[in-house]
Write a protein that binds this ligand. Structure first.
Ligand code: GAL
Length: 419
């Protein structure tokens, strides 16, 4: 479902908004007089999510079982494993923390989270930040209380708990409001959805606390075109990820063409990481992580931290790969070309450096194809000196270099200035 910029203009009173050609500050504030009142994100203040957020989220491993203890444990583990030092600083509680609203409409956490402010204090004492989850409908996806008609109250509640990040998940809003108020009128449904995300964006902006705003509505209706103007710092581009290669690769394929919408303060979100989960092989974990870094994606791990295998930790804490993701230019990779099932993606980095990624998405070794990296198709000319970010070795990339990769593995090379 797509909503044209004209409709968006009518919904929000915005002028047509394109993130590409603007500076980050301008990108979150397209028109000073007509834009929604996200004045807190003006050029004077530091940009929230200036690089893609990094951290850990409870959903992929715990689903609905997450408790206060698990969140404290995750914070401890981020520190103990070195993940915090590598940049993972958000600990995000996903769905199922909510209890009931009292007579004044104030939402209380359920018995799994006895004292949210104390939990935030604990997480902050570790030098980390705390994230939380809600949605614009009456219910979240796991059927816990949503924020419908309590947006300002909830935003203020999060601020009073010292929350740093909100993931806002569409879920029951589709049935509660979109289908109920505008049956059979997709354009009107989309207007209602955008208005709901705008309402929470404004409530967060007015809460007095910088809270990263993560839109989760599965990429419907091109959120990359309108979410930044609502104060969105990231927006899901697809449906849910699962811990298997088909899911990871299907998501990768959906990211081509979205690069121009990402930049400091506003990022495409291909969903949280499944590195270390399910049936992913080491090669697949490497490819998943490499691609998310190339895509300037939020790096939100979702694995079992206390039982993390050393080889999984080595992937998640590879500082060279993280530096690609966190590069301050914020230029998401584009797919340069595909040759059968081998794909080549490139990304410009600050200081004139470049990242080149070769992904073997096929089921055979590339040696069987065979595959040669054609630098001319990247607008480059070899030999180029660089570093192989998975072997850690210096490499020279030549014009028609043969690349050997096992099935689903990745070569990731940084050309030019070392980080
Ligand atoms: C889904 C969302 C997941 C998770 C889940 C919780 O809609 O995409 O990431 O948050 O809801 O119920």
């Amino acid at each position: 479902m797509r909503l044209s910029c004209t409709v968006l203009t009518a919904v929000l009173g915005l002028t047509t908004f394109t993130a590409t050609a603007q500076t980050p500050a301008a990108a979150t504030k397209p028109n000073a007089s007509a834009a929604p009142t996200h004045a807190t994100k003006s050029a004077a203040k530091p940009i929230l999510a200036a690089t893609p957020p990094m951290g850990w989220n409870s959903w992929n491993f715990f689903n609905g079982r997450v408790t206060d203890k698990d969140i404290r444990n995750a914070a401890d583990q981020l520190v103990a494993t070195g993940m915090k030092d590598a940049g993972y600083n958000y600990v995000n509680i996903d769905d199922t923390w909510q209890g009931d609203r009292d007579a004044d409409g104030v939402l209380h956490a359920n018995s799994k989270f006895p004292d949210m402010k104390a939990l935030a204090d604990y997480v902050h004492s570790k030098g980390l930040k705390l994230g939380i989850y809600s949605g614009p409908g009456t219910k979240t996806c796991a059927r816990f209380a949503g924020s419908l008609d309590h947006e300002v109250q909830d935003a203020n509640l999060y601020a009073s708990w010292d929350i740093d990040y909100l993931k806002y998940d569409l879920c029951s809003f589709r049935a509660d409001v979109m289908a109920a108020k505008a049956p059979d009128d997709k354009a009107e449904q989309m207007k209602l959805m955008i208005a709901a995300y705008d309402k929470m964006g404004k409530a967060l902006a007015a809460s007095g606390r910088p809270i990263v705003y993560s839109l989760c509505q599965y990429g419907w209706d091109s959120p990359w075109e309108w979410a930044p103007a609502l104060g969105g710092n990231l927006w899901r581009t697809t449906g849910d990820i699962s811990a298997n290669w088909n899911s990871v690769y299907a998501i990768i394929e959906e990211q081509a063409g979205l690069a121009k919408y990402a930049g400091p303060g506003h990022w495409n979100d291909p969903d949280m990481l499944e590195v270390g989960n399910g049936r992913l092989t080491l090669a697949e974990n490497r490819s998943h992580f490499s691609m998310w870094a190339m895509l300037a994606a939020p790096l939100l791990a979702g694995n079992d931290l206390p039982n993390m295998k050393p080889e999984v930790k080595a992937i998640l804490t590879n500082k060279d790969v993280i530096a690609i993701d966190q590069d301050k230019l914020g230029k998401q990779a584009t797919r340069a070309y595909a040759d059968g099932e081998v794909e080549v993606w490139t990304r410009s980095l600050s200081g004139g450096a470049k990242a080149i990624l070769v992904l073997n998405a096929g089921s055979d070794r590339t040696a069987n194809h065979p595959f040669h990296l054609d630098l001319a198709r990247l607008g480059l000319h070899g030999p180029l000196k660089g570093k192989d970010l998975w072997s850690g070795k210096d490499v020279t990339v030549t014009n028609n270099m043969p690349v050997e990769l096992v099935s689903h593995d990745t070569l990731l090379v940084r050309i030019g200035a070392a980080k």
